[in-house]
Design a protein around this ligand. Structure first.
Ligand code: GLY
Ligand code: MN
Length: 459
C-alpha cells in the first residue's frame, strides 16, 4: 500500500466534500470477503474492492469501516485471527496494527458493525453501490431498505477520476508489465500452435511480477468478436490476431493494451489498408487529447477519420459529417473510443457507468458505437483514458443493417461481403491527460505502425 498519509488525506478530503454538500451521518465502507468457487475453502483468487483499496489500502478480506461525517471519527471493523485460523494461515498482523497502517484511530470486531450502523440510521448511512453479491446482501442486512448514496458515490468518483502522482507512478508500473506481456506474446506467435500457449506465456509475465491480469485476456484470430475469451484455435497463416490484455500490479492498478498482428508476420495488402486506418485513428485521438476537449469530441473525430479511410476503400460513400451524425461508423466500430482506467481496468464502472463517464451536462447517445462510449467527459489533467479505435467486420451485424435498411445509401453492402472472413483490428494505448496535452503511459510504446510491427515480428 501507499504511505499512511495518502489514505488519511483521501478520507479527510472525502468527509470535507460530503460536509460541503450538506451530507450528515456516517459513511459505511464494506470491503470484500473471500468468494468460494466450489466449496468454502476453495475460493476465487482474492481481490479487494477498489474503493476500499483507494481509501484504506488494506488488502485483506472481511474488513469494514465507518467514518462519521459529523465528528470525523473513524473506526475499522475486523477480527483478529484465532488459533484455529493460525493453524491454516499462520500468524497474521493484528487488526490494531492494520488500523495503524491505514491511519485509523479506532478498531472493533467485525460483529460490532451491526449495532454501530443501526445506531446511525436516524442520522443517515451513506454507502457505495456494492460490486459483489455478498456485499449487496450484507448491506441489506445492515441498512434494511437503504439505497446507495448518490452524494457519496459522486464524491468518490470525482476523487478517483483525477489520478494523484503516486497513482500515475503505479499505473506506469502496470503499463511496464503490460508492455512486457505484449512483447512476449508478439514474440511467441508461431503458425501451428494453439492460441492458449501464447496466453499462458503472456499471463506468466504479470503473474510472476504483479498481481495477474487486469481482465480476462482477449487473444484471438476472431477479433470481430469484441470480447473473445476463447483461446482454442490453432494459429493459421494469413490471419489477424487481436491481443487485448493488461496487467494488474501488486498495488492493483491496471494497464490495458491492444495490438493486432498478422499471423504470418507480414500484412496482406487488404489487411494493411484497414490496419492503417485504425492506426491513423489511434494517432489522431492521441493528438487531440488535452484538457478542455471532451472525449466524446475525440471519439467523433476518430469516427470521421475512420469513415474517410473506409470511403477511400469504397466501403462507404457520402458526406463524412452526415455519416458521422448518422452513426455509420458504429457498423465498423460498435464500441466507444475508450474508458477510464485506474484501480479497475474500466475504472469505477461498479459505481455507475454514466456517473463515471459523463459530465452532468452530457447525455449518453443511443447510437451503436457512440452509445457504448464509456468516457465522454471534458478532459482534465489527471484523467487516465484508453485510446482504442477498432474496425471489425461482423457478418451478422452487417447482414442485420442490410436487412433493416440501416446505412442504406451510405454503406456498400455488396463490397462488404468480401470482408466477411477478415476478422477485426483494435489498437489500444493508455493515456494520461497532462496540464498541456497528454502522455502515453508506460516506459515504451508497443510498435504500432505496420512497418514497425512487421519488423518487430521479424526479429
Ligand atoms: N480491454 C478490454 C476492454 O476495454 O473492454
Ligand atoms: Mn480497453
Amino acid at each position: 500500500m501507499f504511505e499512511k498519509s495518502v489514505y488519511v488525506r483521501r478520507r479527510a478530503g472525502l468527509l470535507e466534500r460530503l460536509r460541503k454538500s450538506g451530507a450528515r451521518g456516517i459513511v459505511l465502507f464494506v470491503g470484500n470477503v473471500e468468494a468460494p468457487a466450489q466449496y468454502k475453502d476453495n475460493c476465487y483468487k482474492w481481490r479487494q474492492d477498489s474503493s476500499w483499496l483507494y481509501f484504506f489500502g488494506l488488502d485483506d478480506p472481511r474488513y469494514a469501516a465507518v467514518l462519521d461525517i459529523d465528528s470525523g471519527e473513524e473506526t475499522l471493523f475486523a477480527d483478529d485471527v484465532e488459533i484455529g485460523d493460525i493453524i491454516w494461515m499462520g500468524p497474521q498482523p493484528s487488526v490494531r496494527s492494520k488500523a495503524e497502517r491505514a491511519g485509523i484511530a479506532e478498531s472493533a470486531p467485525y460483529g460490532a458493525l451491526d449495532a454501530v450502523v443501526a445506531a446511525a440510521v436516524g442520522r443517515g448511512v451513506h454507502f457505495l453501490p456494492p460490486s459483489r453479491y455478498y456485499n449487496t446482501m450484507k448491506l441489506r442486512e445492515l441498512v434494511p431498505g437503504g439505497t446507495p448514496s448518490e452524494v457519496l458515490t459522486k464524491a468518490v468518483i470525482d476523487m478517483r477520476l483525477i489520478k494523484e502522482d503516486v497513482e500515475i507512478a503505479a499505473i506506469d508500473e502496470a503499463c511496464a508489465l503490460g508492455y512486457e506481456m505484449h512483447s512476449v506474446a508478439r514474440d511467441s506467435i508461431r503458425l501451428g500452435i494453439v492460441e492458449q500457449e501464447i496466453v499462458g506465456k503472456m499471463e506468466g509475465v504479470t503473474l510472476s511480477k504483479g498481481w495477474g491480469v487486469s481482465f480476462p485476456t482477449i487473444l484471438t484470430q476472431h477479433g470481430e468478436t469484441l470480447h473473445n475469451h476463447l483461446h482454442d484455435k490453432v494459429i493459421e497463416p494469413g490471419r489477424l490476431m487481436v491481443i487485448d490484455a493488461g496487467a494488474e500490479s501488486n498495488l492493483h492498478y491496471a494497464s490495458d493494451f491492444t495490438r493486432t498482428y498478422p499471423t504470418s508476420g507480414r500484412f496482406t495488402t487488404r489487411q494493411r489498408e484497414v490496419y492503417q486506418i485504425v492506426c491513423d485513428c489511434n494517432e489522431l485521438a492521441f493528438s487531440l487529447t488535452r484538457p478542455g476537449i471532451t472525449y466524446r469530441e475525440v471519439h467523433l473525430a476518430t469516427a470521421r477519420k475512420m469513415l474517410e479511410g473506409l470511403s477511400a476503400l469504397g466501403l462507404v460513400h457520402g458526406d463524412l459529417d452526415e455519416m458521422v451524425a448518422l452513426g455509420i461508423a458504429g457498423l465498423f466500430q460498435p464500441h466507444g473510443l475508450g474508458h477510464n482506467m485506474g484501480l479497475d481496468v474500466h475504472d469505477m464502472e461498479d459505481l455507475g457507468e454514466d456517473w463515471v463517464g459523463y459530465d452532468p451536462d452530457q447525455q449518453r447517445a443511443r447510437q451503436l458505437g457512440l452509445g457504448s462510449l464509456r468516457m465522454a467527459r471534458r478532459l482534465r489533467p489527471g484523467h487516465v483514458v484508453t485510446d482504442e479505435p477498432g474496425i471489425y467486420f461482423i457478418p451478422a451485424l452487417i447482414e442485420q443493417w442490410k436487412a433493416d435498411g440501416t446505412g442504406r445509401g451510405f454503406v456498400d453492402f455488396d463490397r462488404l461481403t468480401t470482408y466477411y472472413d477478415f476478422g477485426g483490428i483494435r489498437l489500444e494505448d493508455d493515456v494520461l491527460v497532462t496540464p498541456d496535452g497528454a502522455r502515453r503511459l508506460g516506459p515504451h510504446r508497443l510498435p504500432i505502425q505496420p512497418d514497425d510491427v512487421e519488423a518487430a515480428m521479424a526479429r
